[in-house]
Design a protein around this ligand. Structure first.
Ligand code: ADP
Ligand code: MG
Length: 332
């Protein structure tokens, strides 16, 4: 099993930032409202994430570490309409096969906390009592220590941390209600306080996308009628062409809460700007698209950063229309 898991890890765990992404997605799926992320040496030495979510019962810890074991999908119907960020049951097993991983957890209704880890070629799981508040901690040390070829591909501490910082930014935009702390080498570098009011959301936007974007961006919001079963909703912010720059790192697109780099949607946005974006200025946006879970297939790639739409053309044209309308007053 270790070898099979390591092979699977090749697809899911590219670098420390991919570990952070998978672990944080699990925290969000567990309903966490507070996340504390501790990184050491760009994640190569340690990635530790603590949440206050639902926790994992003692008798499910072993399962959580095994491959293709997920608590999130029970039937084929569930797979047709995925409502959680995870569903493949691969992340913990993969990460644990290429690092020293310890999983500690306590569900609110359990009096004791337990820690689990697995070792060796047969990935034998050991369980031992520990102390832990309600929620879960995953502690990943020495990533790729047993796969030297992959360890060699790690870049500098600064570069790897930069990727982690970006992953956390994306999550912070996707989950404004979650309080997130990010530490690097024992230093608190980012704190995104829970943004449960418009005022706080604006300040998170400012923190992540910059004051300029927060001040100038146009707000977009369109929701379909409740009885419209295939309808798409869109909300977010988009910069008018005059406020777009040659370079931007503010291009965030979420589909059902999942960050995407989707060619089709990017094309729709670019097309909505039309000729108003001269001189290679970049479209600048943070957009959240929501559509019925059955209308989108997220099971396209193990790392889950691609989707397939059932009605791709309609989604494209809808996004194009909404953004074009928002930009209309700014385009001559
Ligand atoms: P997936 O997310 O695809 O189900 P993972 O390997 O990421 O697979 O996680 C395996 C299982 O471990 C999850 O289905 C979930 O039951 C449990 N789990 C992992 N992380 C957490 C967490 N932070 N809080 C609660 N449960 C978790
Ligand atoms: Mg997962």
């Amino acid at each position: 099993p270790q070898l099979a898991n390591q092979i699977a890890a090749g697809e899911v765990v590219e670098r420390p930032a991919s570990v952070v992404k998978e672990l944080v997605e699990n925290c969000i799926d567990a309903g966490a409202t507070e996340l504390r992320i501790d990184i050491e040496k760009g994640g190569a030495r340690r990635i530790r994430i603590r949440d206050n979510g639902s926790g994992i019962p003692k008798d499910e810890l072993e399962l959580a570490l095994s491959r293709h074991a997920t608590s999130k999908i029970a039937t084929l119907d569930d797979l047709e309409a995925i409502h959680s960020l995870g569903f493949r049951g691969e992340a913990l097993a993969s990460i644990s096969s290429v690092s020293r991983l310890r999983l500690s957890s306590k569900p609110a209704d359990q009096t004791e906390a337990w820690q689990a880890w697995c070792e060796g070629r047969d990935m034998q799981v050991t369980l031992e009592p520990t102390s832990h508040p309600n929620g879960t901690t995953v502690d990943v040390q020495d990533l790729f220590f047993n796969t030297p070829a992959r360890r060699k591909f790690l870049r500098t501490e600064k570069t790897e941390f930069g990727h982690i910082d970006e992953v956390v930014r994306r999550i912070a935009l996707a989950c404004p209600e979650v309080d997130i702390q990010l530490n690097h080498n024992q230093q608190l570098l980012r704190h995104y306080p829970s943004a449960n009011t418009d005022q706080k959301l604006l300040s998170r936007l400012r923190q992540i996308a910059g004051k300029r974007f927060a001040d100038e961006a146009l707000h977009i919001e369109w929701a379909p009628e409740a009885n419209d079963e295939h309808a798409v909703a869109i909300r977010g912010w988009i910069a008018p062409p005059q406020a777009c720059r040659h370079q931007t790192d503010v291009q965030y697109m979420y589909v059902n809460g999942r960050m995407m780099k989707d060619k089709l949607l990017n094309h729709a946005v670019r097309q909505a700007y039309g000729d108003s974006l001269s001189n290679d200025r970049q479209a600048t946006y943070i957009l959240y698209i929501t559509l019925p879970a059955n209308d989108v297939d997220v099971n396209v790639h193990p790392a889950k950063h691609e989707v397939r739409f059932q009605h791709a053309r309609q989604v494209h044209d809808f996004v194009l229309l909404q953004i074009r309308q928002a930009l209309a007053p700014y385009i001559s």
